[in-house]
Write a protein that binds this ligand. Structure first.
Ligand code: BJ8
Length: 425
């Protein structure tokens, strides 16, 4: 690692020894899981680079932006509207992480039976290893699941610039009104932080930038319908993960470039795996970097992942925001409409999600669905049962997996996944 990066991390207050250890583990994991894949599209080199510089050059870019007066806002959920942040020329970065860190310290503050996603965010803060957390001018929490909303009360003592957004739990007129109130309050908070007044031109521009990222991902998703699949699920997941960190214009361009390449592959019937490889749709909790465990197990067990019904995937990106309006008020309404359609399991009831999973399974020609629930995640574990039922009625085989970020259950999971894949053949 360059001395430059080291002094940057030191200035951010990171624990250099712990951070170094983390980067070593990440580097090894990436090499074993990603670089070991065969037949990857050439365009993935860009994403390899992004991951290798995720804590280096990308942080440097964000700090440079800050030095020019721009702001960086961190978030843990796809309910935080990126359009509003972009409208002020600020950058929104995802803060969820997919690895255990400083768990002894975390369990002094949170009950042991808290999901890995929440514990991991605390671990990265307490272990002083997340340069994104330390570079953010504002960190947005949201009252989604009980675990998150209660943990923000504790996180508030560790982070001076935490802003908490309320979110509805029911898709009713009152629920939508609550989301609108909260988005208007958030807009004001972002305007105050950035000292920028959001007008219609700015908001339209923000919407356009974020929509373009989503459109590039839609294009990528749709190419995954081909058999043989032109890209692995691991690589597609990586693009979905980088969605939350990268410069949006560069990201859009890079994903579109990969899509050009994939189109050529499809023409030549070139795939990452042979034709007729069993196709899997993953559905459930979000998978943040470097949570690649389950996809890795699936794709080394003779199957290919063709879609993710997840916030790091189609649940997070599927809808566009309508920018065909003239005033800030009208554009804010379309933003509310767009996000109110997100079918997170915190909503009750949540029938749209079941319909969407069935639709996705059919559209991506999945032979089976693997439902991924993080241990102690009540919303998604509870919903895994109706999901299974809904898929059963369509004769789509389902495997329900409950796991965490540790590697202890890899062998056991592999045995279950292999048996499931056998069934699909
Ligand atoms: S919109 S899925 S990103 S809340 S895994 S912390 S639900 S106990 S992440 Fe999420 Fe927003 Fe919903 Fe998406 Fe709680 Fe479950 Fe943990 Fe979770």
């Amino acid at each position: 690692m360059s001395e430059d990066h080291k002094s940057m991390w030191k200035n951010l207050g990171l624990d250099l020894v712990a951070h170094d250890a983390l980067l070593k583990v990440l580097g090894k994991g990436y090499k074993d899981i990603y670089l070991a894949q065969k037949n990857r599209p050439e365009g993935m080199e860009y994403f390899d680079f992004v991951i290798s510089e995720m804590h280096g050059l990308r942080i440097r870019e964000l700090l440079d932006e800050r030095a020019r007066g721009r702001k960086v806002i961190g978030s843990f959920c796809v309910f935080v509207p990126e359009e509003i942040v972009r409208a002020t020329d600020s950058t929104l970065v995802g803060l969820c992480s997919g690895a255990d860190f400083a768990m002894d310290e975390v369990e002094k503050l949170l009950p042991r039976n808290t999901c890995s996603l929440i514990k991991s965010a605390f671990g990265f803060k307490l272990g002083k290893v997340c340069p994104y957390l330390e570079s953010a001018d504002m960190i947005v929490g949201e009252n989604t699941c009980d675990g998150k909303k209660k943990s923000y009360e504790t996180l508030n003592n560790l982070i001076p610039n935490l802003y908490v957004m309320d979110t509805p739990q029911v898709k009713s007129a009152e629920g939508r009104a609550l989301l609108k109130t909260e988005y208007l309050r958030f807009k004001e908070a972002v305007e105050e932080l950035t000292e920028v007044t959001i007008d219609a031109i700015r908001l339209k521009k923000g919407i356009e930038i974020v929509n373009n990222k989503r459109k590039a991902i839609h294009r990528l998703s749709s190419l995954r319908k081909a058999d043989p699949a032109p890209i692995s699920g691991l690589d597609a997941l990586l693009a979905n993960q980088v969605f939350f960190y990268d410069d949006p214009l560069r990201f859009t361009e890079s994903v579109n470039k990969i899509c050009d390449e994939l189109e050529q592959r499809i023409k030549k019937k070139e795939g990452v795996f042979p034709e007729k490889t069993p196709r899997i749709l993953i559905s459930g909790c979000p998978m943040a970097v470097p949570n690649w465990k389950l996809p890795w197990i699936i794709e080394t067990s003779g199957a290919v992942i063709v879609g993710e019904e997840s916030c790091v995937g189609e649940r997070g990106t599927r809808n566009l925001t309508d920018d065909n309006r003239d005033t800030v008020e009208e554009l804010m309404e379309t933003i509310v409409d767009r996000y109110f359609d997100v079918d997170c399991a915190i909503f009750t009831p949540n029938p749209d999600r079941l319909d969407h999973i069935v639709e996705m399974a059919e559209e991506y020609k999945a032979d089976g669905v693997i439902h991924y629930g993080l241990q102690f995640c009540q919303p998604y574990l509870m919903e895994s049962m109706p999901v299974e039922k809904a898929l059963e009625t369509k004769n789509i085989p389902t495997l329900r997996i409950e796991t965490d970020y540790s590697m202890e259950d890899v062998e056991q999971l592999k045995t279950r996944v292999e048996a499931f894949v056998e069934l699909l053949k």
